[in-house]
Design a protein around this ligand. Structure first.
Ligand code: KIV
Ligand code: NA
Length: 265
């Protein structure tokens, strides 16, 4: 199979082909999603919430994310694998950002990195791209600044649109190959998508974008508690697993498992 490259992202936008991505944090799901044909796998710092049990992505470290990224990059044959740069690993300088990106490339062997921020992150994006590492940017609602933004709030409404467009232009000028738009109104996402040459990837950004991304545990119905309005649950894995565990317990209790077919002579 031929590996998806960043140039295929650009080709897709230029030819009106929609890009699909899912998050993944392990080799099992990476293999399944890759074989099912998603174009990219994001080893998101959403692992903080989904895998590690933190309330936000803020505490996630590079050391925590690298083994997940290595597992995903090792399993995917076709999908482009992108590692998220955690909070605190790139904000202080372009040098720090490049050092972190290089660690992900060498230690986890991903194909690209992602970081949050528009204008404020442009110098970091430029430095990483200059070293030959593709960068996906991320604007709109940026979970690493949840406390600064004052919660899970939709970004780019009303007079915030101009700032969103400024951020998008800065990202493109800095050399990013794509940009994630998270939780922005559909009309604002359309404006950014029309304005930019590089593809936009929406997560809670409506239909007028160049690609769609979902956190896999949300999309598969595995997340406990509330999921955002924009999430469509394509499976009920939580229900499936809960039912499986109940049946396992019941069959162990009444000694129908293991049967002769599951026992060695
Ligand atoms: O960490 C993540 O999963 C993300 C996506 C939701 C954009 O950053
Ligand atoms: Na993230």
């Amino acid at each position: 199979v031929k590996r998806v490259r960043t140039r295929h992202f650009q080709n897709a936008k230029d030819n009106g082909i929609v890009i699909t991505g899912l998050t993944s944090y392990d080799q099992l799901t990476a293999r399944i999603f890759d074989e099912a044909g998603v174009d990219f796998l994001l080893v998101g710092d959403s692992a903080g919430n989904t895998v590690l049990g933190y309330e936000t992505t803020v505490p996630v470290t590079v050391d925590e994310l690298i083994p997940f990224a290595r597992a995903v990059a090792g399993a995917a044959q076709r999908a482009l694998v992108i590692a998220d740069m955690p909070f605190g690993s790139y904000e202080t300088s372009a040098e720090e950002a490049l050092r972190t990106a290089v660690r992900f490339m060498k230690e986890s062997r991903v194909h690209a990195v992602k970081l949050e921020g528009g204008v404020r992150s442009a110098d970091k994006i430029n430095r990483i791209v200059g070293a030959g590492i593709p960068v996906m940017a991320h604007i709109g609602f940026t979970p690493q600044s949840e406390h600064g933004l004052g919660g899970h709030i939709i970004q780019g409404r009303g007079d915030q649109l101009e700032r969103l467009l400024d951020d998008a232009r800065a990202i493109q000028d800095a050399g990013a190959f794509a940009v994630v738009l998270e939780m922005v109104p559909a009309e604002a996402a359309r404006r950014v998508t029309d304005e930019l040459r590089i593809p936009t990837i929406g997560v809670g950004a409506g239909p007028h974008v160049d690609g769609q991304l979902l956190v896999w545990t949300d999309f598969a119905g595995l997340t406990t508690g509330r999921v955002p309005k924009f999430v469509k649950q394509y499976a009920d894995l939580r229900g499936t697993l809960t039912d499986a565990v109940s049946r396992f317990r019941a069959e162990v209790a009444d000694r129908t498992y293991p049967g002769p077919e599951h026992s060695y002579e």
